[in-house]
Design a protein around this ligand. Sequence first.
Ligand code: ADE
Ligand code: ZN
Ligand code: ZN
Length: 256
Amino acid sequence: MKKITLLLLLLPVIVLANTTWGKTGHRVTGEIAEAHLTGKAKRALNDLLDGHSLAFVSTFADDIKADRAFSKYSAWHYVNYPLGTNYRDAEKSEYGDIVMAIEECTAKIRDKKNNREDRVFYLKMLIHLIGDLHQPMHASRAEDKGGNDIQVQWFGEGSNLHRVWDKNLIESYGMTYTELANELVEVSRTERKQIQAGTIYDWVDESHQICAKLYDSVEIGEKLGYRYSYDYNELLFEQLQKGGLRLAKVLNDLFA
Ligand code: ADE
Ligand code: ZN
Ligand code: ZN
């Protein structure tokens, strides 16, 4: 194959590679949410998702990314605003962002006048986006594209701060999504209520504050490995847990 043809074929892969919690992160979030649904939400979801699990549909929004017809949704996976500020006060992107997207999805799903196909589409997007909202580098800053431009090494291989949080860290456990979901300790009812309190606006600012700390804790070109994995194990698991419990909350409210 000619070099140029090969390059053209690979271009979407190169450009789209670093844009989301990897599949594992999304599936863990879906799996945790599944365990915290009300009976009513379970029935509604079972109907709309044709019996598929939340874990199964959680990666849909990434699977459609390579398709140009869906390019208008690429800005939906994240939001960037200056560190140390709040989402509410931030200048909004004309292309939309993860907060606007979540609001649009819930409105579309809630309105039963919308046809089933559309409601299912927005439901799958929503399940994915609540996951992304808890990947701290998805509530980030614009200068370095949410850490995509901060090159680091991961166990001796080239990576970047964004990718470390999308997939390197979670993949370093070598565990399946069900194994990881089982590994997260069940929280008490009081803790769960605390985690599920607040709004999308609180949750995005919380991720944004964590993101600021992650920027502070690496140097450009730093060699990351076991030490980083160990130091951030608790935070990673906490984010996955929160994502799952809050996804359950959003869905329980939506189908109450
Ligand atoms: N592209 C630009 N900023 C981004 C972010 N925060 N997350 C993912 N992709 C991005
Ligand atoms: Zn995503
Ligand atoms: Zn990402």
